[in-house]
Design a protein around this ligand. Sequence first.
Ligand SMILES: *Cc1c(COP(=O)(O)O)cnc(C)c1O
Length: 423
Amino acid sequence: MSSNESSNSSNADDANDANANGTTNGTTNGTNDGTTATPGFATRTIHAGQEFDPRTGAIIPPIYQTSTFVQDGVGGLRGGYEYSRSANPTRSSLETQLAALEGGAHGLSFASGLAAEDTLIRAIVQPGDHIVLGNDAYGGTYRLINRVHGKQGVENTTVEMSDLDAVRAAIIPGRTKILWVETPSNPLMKISDIAALAEIGHAAGVTVVVDNTFASPALQNPLALGADVVVHSTTKYLGGHSDVLGGALVLNDEDLAAEIGFLQFAVGPVSAPLDAWLTTRGIKTLAVRMRQHSENAQAIAEYLEQHPAIERVFYPGLPSHPDHELAKRQMSGFGGMLSVALKAGREAALQFVESTELFSLAESLGGVESLIGYPSEMTHASVKGTALAVPENVVRLSVGIEDVADLIADLDAALAKLDAPAV
Ligand SMILES: *Cc1c(COP(=O)(O)O)cnc(C)c1O
């Protein structure tokens, strides 16, 4: 017995190490017990929730393309799986990975970013409650809150999120249940102070939600700055390859996570197995992609800032950006999104977006390929004529990870066409 104990002790240590590396602190309870260092971000993207298949040794966990699970007698579930609306192993693997990326206890995956947002809102608000959101929130978020939840008797107020007094004034004590923050914002790349807003929200008993889609967890971790819930459209940087829709919620609160999990089961807005798998695959290169997106966007922002056709560049990595210092404080990089205002106005902006070749004219963002868009009639068409409308001379770029010299040459050629004198 005693010889067994001693010969097993080194195996037990190995098992503990493997366990600590396989699950990460972030996936279980977000705390570090002080004995095991939390693996670095890139390590978590690749390993959290990604244990190899114990039956075959396949290094990539299989896609569980199944709706139901055979039971060993009534209620005899293997690994807790019963029916894929409540849980599916491929989705579980992604959910573990998502939690680890944001350093939260609970990750939940959805069919789209808006499905995640809708589920979160349902879990928190009742008719008569109130939501405060930024006056430059993603158009689809505003539409969801204003037109879908508005119909259910949920009211909202849009505010300038950088004006902390305006945020305090917009909160209705007892009725406001959510403070919805998006930073950097879309498309004007305004930066909001997450830590300050979390303090304001918590003083009023409000759940502070941060849409972290633009920064991605590689560059910004809202939970660590005091936010209660992180929202992602994983369609963008997390998926990263413009081939799958998805959404995510990451949070620490046990009760709220249970209510969201109940709604996943009761309503069914969950990600399908293949979609979950594609998202997991994309996430594994997030760290290196975000470094390149940021490097390319910085070079393009600097190029555009000195171009005579450009009135203004909106990119938090430029010292001229009004929130540059705040961005440096709460982000570890500035990301791949930027917008420009053209001096010559609406027509020039429309001509510019239709003149590039490497930058494809399309909605969405966050993929490896570069996109260009005209927000006021594309991504932000739903807020045209409202307080959230985008200026008509603004063009948005989602800078990809192609060779930056080629990207700059493409923009340069398109802008040169604008400069051509009328014949
Ligand atoms: C795209 C996007 C959403 C919505 O996500 P979908 O996956 O399209 O439903 C929400 N917030 C931001 C910032 C987005 O860019």
